[in-house]
Design a protein around this ligand. Structure first.
Ligand SMILES: Nc1ncnc2c1ncn2[C@@H]1O[C@H](COP(=O)(O)OP(=O)(O)OP(=O)(O)O)[C@@H](O)[C@H]1O
Length: 231
């Protein structure tokens, strides 16, 4: 579904991702792991085309998207939930969600039912400022905004980082339901090994912008985690 060939990514002259080959299969949760600073966020940004220069091929559903602008990639079906959520200040919850609708590939402006089914809590807060929600609610809003684009692949950058423990489980459940029940393909950056193991079908551990080891999630042994992530 998504194939990367010889992908290199740069911030100015800093070379962050090195000649990376990776294939994400339709219907899977693919987990990106690795220590801080190895390039996980940069890899997701390369896929959606934000703030990073790339060379190499990014193929999505058979088409080379590597030179397309971000909004065109979103329209083709890549939904991005950035680290830190980036809820737009000054906009209500509903307005934040409607921002996502602008990127829908079918041109419809209505909020997909999947958004409300996944996060019914948001309906009770539609006219509050998004930034006034709790951290966990803001994360749910950020995922809702990406779902409003009607994506076929969701890119999630540490979706439960810094979230109160009681909400973490709700968000994790939503992510697995989006995949298992609704068939969304998901690329997930995750530091919580427990969730990576239970949710992901396959994983890759990055080191210095390269895939150091990859495999099925049942091959994600404590030894690998210790050796390549220092945990
Ligand atoms: N906007 C930027 N300009 C220049 N260098 C950057 C920029 N963003 C990140 N970097 C550098 O790129 C490297 C990879 O960072 P990246 O955020 O992709 O790593 P990461 O694996 O996602 O780490 P973390 O888990 O800390 O988010 C780091 O050395 C970082 O300092």
């Amino acid at each position: 579904m998504l194939k990367l060939n010889h992908l290199n990514a740069y911030y100015g002259t800093s070379h962050i991702i090195h000649d990376l080959d990776l294939e994400i299969r339709e219907g899977e949760i693919f987990c990106l792991l690795g220590r801080n600073g190895v390039g996980k966020t940069t890899l997701l940004r390369s896929l959606i085309g934000i703030t990073v220069n790339t060379t190499g091929r990014i193929e999505f559903e058979g088409r080379d998207i590597s030179t397309l602008p971000t909004h065109a990639r979103a329209r083709l079906g890549l939904g991005y939930v950035p680290q830190g959520r980036e809820i737009v200040p000054g906009l209500t919850v509903l307005e934040n969600i409607l921002l996502g609708c602008n990127a829908r590939k079918d041109g419809r402006k209505s909020v997909p039912q999947l958004v409300w089914d996944t996060f019914p809590m948001l309906k009770d807060h539609l006219h509050r400022r998004g930034t006034n929600l709790s951290g966990g609610q803001q994360q749910q809003l950020a995922i809702a905004r990406a779902l409003a684009t009607d994506p076929s692949v969701l890119l999630l950058d540490e979706p439960t980082e810094g979230i109160q423990p009681n909400v973490v489980e709700d968000i994790e459940k939503s992510i697995t339901t989006l995949n298992r029940v609704h068939g969304l393909t998901i690329i997930l950056i995750e530091q919580k090994i427990r969730f990576a193991r239970s949710a992901a079908h396959r994983f890759a551990i990055l080191e210095k912008g390269r895939v150091r080891v990859s495999g099925a999630s049942n091959e994600l042994t404590n030894d690998l985690i210790h050796r390549h992530m220092g945990l």
